[in-house]
Write a protein that binds this ligand. Structure first.
Ligand SMILES: Nc1nc2c(ncn2[C@@H]2O[C@H](COP(=O)(O)O)[C@@H](O)[C@H]2O)c(=O)[nH]1
Ligand SMILES: [Mn+2]
Length: 374
């Protein structure tokens, strides 16, 4: 009997379920990647979230359950996640606040040792946000969509919150590289050793998001509360004896998750109640619909840099990198309302509140850089 079960596992392809309504924007290339992952040894099930889009060799916006641990499915930004901190300010004038953000490219250790216990002893980039679509955003609670749940979280319409999206910076990259240099896209030779390093990166990501929130609160003179959510979307969890890889997918079974929109649209805090078919997961963002190259080319033809510094919702973007301004333009992403609608339609999540950006920080403006760029 044991033998027949084994051989069945070997020859039965894993299942793939995509949680998106027929009209939703899902690239064929991303669905193909889900099927390529499903064909890997040991793979049991792949769940594609409504923000699914193609990644480097593996899909982004997917939860992948396997009897074998594959580090490349999580990628290099292990522990990347989104935290939401209540953030009380005396006066909210976005134009003024934007100019007072600290330089989050400059590590806290630049002026001496940070004086705290840092996972894996990795102090190099502590307190920094990183590039790409990482950001720190001062936002306002826009609409309360589930009064009871929002009340339990202490959130009301008009409250200001700080949303921090960042990962494990060079630490996660180092962990993945030490695996891929020897095994490429193959399985972890020593899963326990990989998981120990992975857990350090996850702890580092949480600590880093907290430190950045403190830096911004200090600079803006705000009262910082405990996060209402701080959930990783790149990680591995051991679930029922298998490895549940999440790449751009957040744990969504009894968890509150901030699903980021863009710097120029709403984001949604949702209560996740996803089951096994969805890999116990929900989406983590709107998901790209345009490559960075396309976003840059189209954006340059349509907009000036100055236009991109102020969004359609009136918020301000702090970004000293012109190319990044184009690459990360709101139009490069899918519609967040569609992603949320798909989650609701499939019974994976209930929206609790929406937020609207006031100031989004990507990288320091040259004028605010003290002590040079790191
Ligand atoms: N509220 C904001 N959301 C943003 C911004 N830039 C990107 N995004 C969203 O975040 C997710 C995260 O993607 P990840 O794969 O890097 O983890 C992305 O899908 C966008 O929807 C922003 O400036 N503000
Ligand atoms: Mn991320």
């Amino acid at each position: 009997m044991g033998r027949s079960v084994l051989s069945q596992q070997q020859f039965t392809r894993a299942t793939v379920t995509i949680f998106a309504e027929p009209g939703s924007w899902i690239e064929t290339g991303a669905v193909d990647q889900c099927h390529q992952v499903a064909a890997l040894d040991g793979m049991i099930h792949v769940a594609g979230m409504p923000d699914l889009h193609p990644g480097k060799g593996a899909p982004i916006g997917a939860a992948m359950l396997s009897s074998v641990l594959y580090p490349f499915l999580v990628g290099s930004d292990i522990g990347c996640g989104i935290a939401v901190f209540p953030f009380r300010l005396k006066r909210v004038v976005p134009e003024r606040l934007a100019g007072r953000f600290p330089d989050l490219d400059r590590p806290v250790g630049a002026d001496g040792p940070p004086g705290i216990d840092v996972p894996a002893g990795y102090t190099d980039q502590l307190g920094t946000v990183g590039r790409g679509n990482h950001f720190v955003e001062l936002a306002k609670v826009d609409a309360v969509l589930d009064t009871g749940h929002a009340g339990r979280l202490g959130l009301s319409a008009g409250d200001t919150v700080l949303i921090v999206h960042s990962g494990s910076r060079g630490l996660g990259e180092r962990i993945l590289r030490s695996h891929t240099e020897v095994h490429g896209a193959g399985p972890a030779a020593d899963p326990a050793a990989y998981l120990a390093a992975h857990d350090d990166a996850v702890r580092w990501g949480h600590l880093n998001r907290r430190i950045m929130a403190e830096r911004v609160a200090d600079a803006l003179g705000a009262d910082l509360g405990e996060p209402v959510t701080d959930v990783c979307h790149n990680s591995v969890e051991i679930r029922d004896g298998h490895y549940l890889h999440r790449k751009g997918a957040a744990p969504g079974d009894g968890t509150d998750v901030l699903i980021a929109g863009t710097r120029g649209t709403r984001s949604f805090l949702v209560a996740g109640h996803a089951g096994p078919q969805a890999g116990h997961s929900v989406a983590h963002g709107a998901g790209r619909k345009m490559s960075r190259t396309d976003a840059l080319r189209r954006g340059r033809a349509k907009h000036t840099v100055e236009e991109l510094r102020r969004t359609a919702v009136g918020s301000i973007v702090v970004c000293g990198d012109r190319q990044l301004l184009f690459e990360e333009a709101p139009g490069a992403y899918k519609r967040i309302e569609q992603v949320i609608g798909d989650l609701v339609a499939h019974g994976l999540a209930t929206p609790v509140v929406s937020t609207v950006p006031l100031v989004t920080y990507k990288t320091a403006e040259p004028t605010s850089r003290k002590g040079g760029r790191r």
